[in-house]
Design a protein around this ligand. Structure first.
Ligand code: AMP
Length: 114
């Protein structure tokens, strides 16, 4: 099991700006936003990184993506566009080892990312 600050957010032990919740997924605003909209979508069942995800997690991974898309549509940003990012391990910049999907929207994105 991987206990991180995100586990505490799921248990409501530390505050977060929760914007989305269903049976399997929680979405909350990133404390250090990199775009006008920057929301993290996490599975309630912790997986440290994408490397530890298995075929048994396929439905859960799909739910994370669909939650991000639904939230972007809800904000009216889907047509303009948005970016979804998963950082895996140190070289990609992962700092919290509870798998999460970044939803970034509300400004023009650049490619390649930094
Ligand atoms: P990553 O670098 O992909 O692991 O992303 C971790 C993200 O979690 C960073 O963008 C942080 O700003 C964000 N973060 C860390 N602690 C919190 C917190 N308590 N509430 C909301 N976001 C957080």
């Amino acid at each position: 099991m991987s206990e991180t600050i995100f586990s505490k957010i799921i248990r409501r032990e530390i505050p977060a700006d929760i914007v989305y919740e269903d049976d399997a997924v929680l979405g909350f605003s990133d404390v250090n936003p990199q775009a006008p909209v920057h929301v993290l979508f996490i599975p309630k069942q912790a997986i440290p990184t994408l490397n530890e995800a298995t075929p048994a997690d396929a439905e859960l991974l799909g739910k994370l993506l669909l939650a991000a898309a639904a939230y972007a549509k809800q904000l009216g940003l889907a047509e303009r566009g948005y970016r979804v990012v998963v950082n895996c391990n140190e070289e990609a910049g992962q700092t919290v080892f509870h798998l999460h999907l970044h939803l970034l929207a509300g400004r023009r994105m650049h490619w390649p990312p930094g």
